[in-house]
Design a binder for this molecule. Sequence first.
Ligand code: AMP
Length: 280
Amino acid sequence: MKIITAISEMQSFAETHRRQGRTIGFVPTMGFLHEGHVSLMRFARQESDVVVVSIFVNPTQFGPHEDFDRYPRDEAGDRAQCEAAGVDVLFMPKASGMYPEKPAVFITVEGIADILEGAARPGHFRGVATVVAKLFNIVKPHKAFFGQKDYQQCAVIRRMVKDLNMAVDVTVLPTVRESDGLAMSSRNSYLSEDERRKAAVIHRALSAAEQLAKVGGKEPEKLKNKILAVLCEVPGIEIDYVEVVDPETLAPLSSAKDVMALLVAVRVGRTRLIDNIVIH
Ligand code: AMP
């Protein structure tokens, strides 16, 4: 596995492989890799000739009081996991390389990036869309792979790719979970043992709503109330939002649709966790 830190080297590597007719598959991450990330790498490995994984904890997508400074890091562990997943290039740019001066150009995805996570974390999706666009210009992938765990992020990136005619094929892959259903996340490492146990209620709540929909209770209000009721069974879970939304536009639904996305954000202690399921 090749490790690249210089942007120009990454660009010329990509250019060379493109000229030779190879398909480049790309998995952007912030590191502290887990099975969720690895599932994206394995899928990329099947779908592409050259697999590039980036690790970059992007400062511009964190709010001033968020966890940028304490975001978990494990370079040696990350390298080993990438190597085991058959990754060809691990791209680890430095912040000074990505942002050599105060940036003047940003990508703002209007509407879809303003609600839910966007409302709770102002500027977050501007940071995400801009860095993903920069990474696309550097890695030059034909295909990019993202996890459903960050449902709104996927919607924002799809919209950016569509509106800006980016020649990147975006694939969204299912959320990988711990055995008790908790969605894997680098941020789970912040949880104390007690918080970790409590956090399993998030998936229990989403599953309970899914069950309810199966037996006929498909109205968004009922689904939402079911999720809230299950979350409230566990003390110490602070609800940020619970929404039943259109799977494409993310607009809140007032009546049932064939496909609905159930989105949850909660705080467990100091840690903010998100999860979702899509019901058909
Ligand atoms: P992050 O390192 O958190 O920025 O995540 C990098 C990529 O991995 C994003 O596309 C995430 O949606 C994806 N990802 C994170 N957690 C999971 C998970 N539990 N299952 C599947 N994909 C995930």
